[in-house]
Design a protein. Sequence first.
Length: 463
Amino acid sequence: MTASGTHASPHAGRGDASDADDLDVEEALALVRAPRSDRADRADQTGRTGHAPARPAGHEHPHDRATPWPEAREIAARAARQATRRPAVSVALSDALGLVLAAPLDALSDLPSFDTSAMDGWAVAGPGPWQVRDGGVLAGHAPPEPLTDGEAVRIATGARVPTGVTAVLRSEHGRTGPQDRLHATGEMSHGQDIRPRGQECRRGDQLLPTGTLITPAVLGLAAAAGYDTLTVVPRPRAEVLVLGDELLTEGLPHDGLIRDALGPMLAPWLRALGAEVIAVRRLGDDAKALRKAITTSRADLIVTTGGTAAGPVDHVHPTLDRIGAELLVDGVAVRPGHPMLLARTKADQHLVGLPGNPLAAVSGLLTLAEPLFRALAAHPAPEPYRTPLREAVQGHAHDTRLVPVVLRGERAVPLHYSGPAMLRGIATADALAVVPPGGAAQGAGMELLDLPWDTAGIGVCFT
């Protein structure tokens, strides 16, 4: 049960209680207990219409140290850039999609490596008409015999052009007459429809610089240039630690137990962000197991679910303190998901602690995990863009809100079912709108965070 007595949603009460309303728990309880005449004034002071009043020294509220949302994303990216990096690796072309070049792609040979016919037709030497030689020249076959002036030979696209050829006459631009004499039906220029050796590049030319994202087209270019493997920035490794004794992995909820929504969701989401997920482990509420899992993990990023508050079974903060981790972000001024955290556990390892509520966890993924993974993988930051809202969106008084939206024409339509425990809205969303404190009016341009599988291209990778 929550503090208000309503039924807890999946993973609720595990570092998410204050996501359920615009007020923090202690502020909400204070309002309930206060005389009726005091409640309106105190509500104004808690941030519904302004900032919370200053608290006495030694009584810092957790929200006071919450990191602003844009700053939290910058901290995550900077932490990854400062981490000890794994060395570049060589991978087969078939495994390189979505990775980033760790070395320039230099041409291993001239492209094309010989004079090539650009069209089906005839290779001709000198001015016409020409005597057509028997046989033909096909791609991939032995070098053809040279031609002398007045000769022609059938040639296929991609075939090596014989020595002595002055042009390729396209099939539709020539006709044969008596005694196999070939005549051009239009103007023809020297070198026409011949791709000369080195037209695209010469051996040693830089085709692509370090830092290039490997797309299908890059794979094609690399193959054409003679590459079997590419030197790349390795895919960041992630490990998911699912916390909570109340979680079921199958069947219907019963007897106070609930289905784990995050375990099935996080691994494919992290893969869509470009991670190699090396394990998903369910630890329950076991502090010793959590400590062992963190200290023995070989992941670049550990992701935990729930347990980021200060309850009796919220072990994330105490465990990080015991192992001497450096807390970089402890709470973010964003709804849902503000109890999220980011810690440096080793010089080459970080931990993102996600709130237990499902949509709050998504908020944590996009706020902290996404920029960290992007920087670890050396992916360039996407260009921010804005789309006008089709209808107004209510905001939080002092926090950013992330609201699921669908795109309809040139407008973003906010979705219902956007509470911290709900996945119904995000399941049909195209993006999350970044709503500033105070909300946004109809027609206001909102920054959008694309979902990794909704960006057309290589992000859709769940295996």
